[in-house]
Write a protein that binds this ligand. Structure first.
Ligand code: D9Q
Length: 117
């Protein structure tokens, strides 16, 4: 069986891609609930239910401080925002729907940018 030679993908544009993706998430019209950390004092139950809070401003800080090893660890944190949202909010709610919309947008955009690379 002829194996396909394993070639690494070119990751030299990944940091630029993360910056583009994060800027687009932050400026999305439905980004509001995800821009800053959920305040556990004003959202009853959040601290107990959501074990690993994440939001776009925290991702921005981590990106600025070179805390993402690679594209994958960045995508994991963005998806954590949307997974937390799905866990805590009804699908049929303003914030629940915003989470689904933002997740679909992010999924499409990073796959588009990866393809053009
Ligand atoms: C992601 N998420 C966010 C909240 C929330 O209340 N965020 C603050 C709401 N902002 C205050 C002014 C505009 C938006 C609650 C549950 C939840 O899962």
């Amino acid at each position: 069986k002829q194996e396909s030679p394993r070639t690494a993908r070119d990751d030299s544009k990944d940091l630029a891609m993360c910056r583009i993706l994060l800027a687009e998430l932050e400026s999305h019209q439905d980004a509001g609930p995800f821009l800053t950390p959920v305040n556990p004092k004003s959202v009853p139950g959040y601290r107990k239910i959501i074990k690993k809070p994440m939001d776009f401003s925290t991702i921005r800080d981590k990106l600025t401080n070179s805390q993402y090893l690679n594209l994958e660890t960045f995508i994991i944190d963005v998806n954590l925002v949307f997974d937390n949202c799905e866990k805590f909010n009804e699908d049929n709610s303003v914030i629940g729907r915003a989470g689904h919309t933002m997740r679909r947008f992010f999924q499409r955009r990073w796959t588009e940018l990866l393809r053009q690379n």
